[in-house]
Design a protein around this ligand. Structure first.
Ligand SMILES: NC(=O)c1ccc[n+]([C@@H]2O[C@H](COP(=O)([O-])OP(=O)(O)OC[C@H]3O[C@@H](n4cnc5c(N)ncnc54)[C@H](OP(=O)(O)O)[C@@H]3O)[C@@H](O)[C@H]2O)c1
Length: 305
């Protein structure tokens, strides 16, 4: 059995990027505390250098128990890394998502990460040379229609990461943001299921406003479900960043993420709006100056696909 004096915590390790990251860090010699929500996932994951811990990032008691476990390691290991990876999808037009769903989404995709970071920062700082990785997304830079809640939580995570990096860098902790593009994980099936659930709850008026948009995004999500890079590709970037002597503040993973970041930096917001609409095959109404001044919209749109 490999011996290690460093522990790494990975949240959301039951599947996808979290599972691949837990296994990759274990392979590289970390003792990994792998956060899962169900006992059956814990039983499945347990193995050499992988110790599952029951962790719902929205559960204060479980976050406190994790901090306790980290602070009282039976073999005196120090905490070397925290990977805030847990996440859920939520897709629907903004007005369709009930406000409690917005809050629930932020509880997982934003406040959950803040809670785990707060609980483990003292141990990361005490360990010296600690690494805190926040798994964001290209959606943390470019907000696509119906991804408002997801993008808002990821934008918040990006801002939190920048502030935290400037707070704790001088205390020896490197804060790193990882922004994957499309990765082949169960999140895409969950996205489709969430979209279908929300679409089914739309009122007839909302259907008239958004049916075409929801259908276009659904088609795109269906395509993405079948594509994307392997989760191991992201896990390797995370592990490399954790092991790097001087890691970068941000890593974009996948051609789509790299291209998206460059294009969004080059185009104006309006140009980006058109590109996003074109990629979805959507019709964008063009208003003449007279219509804008009169506050009306042209009945026929211009198809820019
Ligand atoms: N796949 C992509 O294309 C992609 C692209 C950019 C960014 N990301 C980000 O990558 C991260 C991992 O996603 P993934 O693609 O690997 O999806 P995934 O396979 O669905 O994994 C999500 C993980 O988060 C866990 N989770 C959900 N709610 C939780 C909670 N309240 N507390 C603790 N864990 C919770 C899930 O556990 P359960 O099994 O218990 O639900 C699962 O382990 C997410 O932050 C996601 O936003 C993914």
């Amino acid at each position: 059995m490999m011996s290690t004096d460093r522990t790494a915590v990975v949240t959301g390790a039951s599947s996808g990027i979290g599972l691949a990251t837990a296994r990759e860090l274990a392979r590289r010699g970390f003792h990994v505390l792998a956060g899962v929500r169900r006992q059956q996932d814990a039983d499945r994951l347990a193995g050499e250098n992988v110790e599952p811990v029951i962790l719902d990032v929205t559960d204060e008691g479980q976050v406190a128990a994790l901090a306790d476990r980290v602070g009282n390691d039976p073999q005196g290991r120090r905490l070397g890394a925290l990977v805030n990876n847990a996440g859920v999808p939520l897709n629907a037009p903004a007005e369709v998502i009930p406000i409690e769903e917005w809050r629930r989404h932020f509880d997982v995709n934003f406040f959950g990460h803040v809670a785990v970071a707060r609980a483990l920062l003292p141990a990361l700082i005490a360990g010296g040379d600690g690494r805190l990785v926040n798994v964001s997304s290209i959606g943390g830079r470019v907000a696509f229609p119906t991804f408002g809640a997801y993008a808002a939580a990821k934008f918040a995570l990006e801002g939190f990461s920048d502030a935290l990096r400037r707070e704790v860098g001088r205390l020896g902790v490197e804060v790193i943001v990882v922004e994957p593009g499309n990765v082949a994980t169960p999140i895409w099936s969950k996205t489709m299921a969430a979209m279908d659930g929300m679409a089914a709850a739309m009122t007839p008026d909302q259907q008239a406003r958004y049916d075409d948009l929801v259908a276009a995004v659904r088609d795109q999500a269906e395509e993405r479900r079948g594509g994307g890079i392997r989760p191991l590709g992201v896990a390797e970037v995370i592990a490399d960043a954790i092991e790097a002597r001087k890691p970068r503040a941000r890593y974009r993973v996948g051609r789509d993420a790299k291209l998206g970041a460059v294009v969004s930096g080059l185009l104006s917001d309006r140009m980006l709006d058109r590109l996003v609409a074109r990629n979805l095959g959507l019709t964008v109404p063009r208003r003449t100056r007279r219509e804008r001044e009169a506050g009306t919209t042209a009945k026929t749109g211009t198809h820019i696909g």
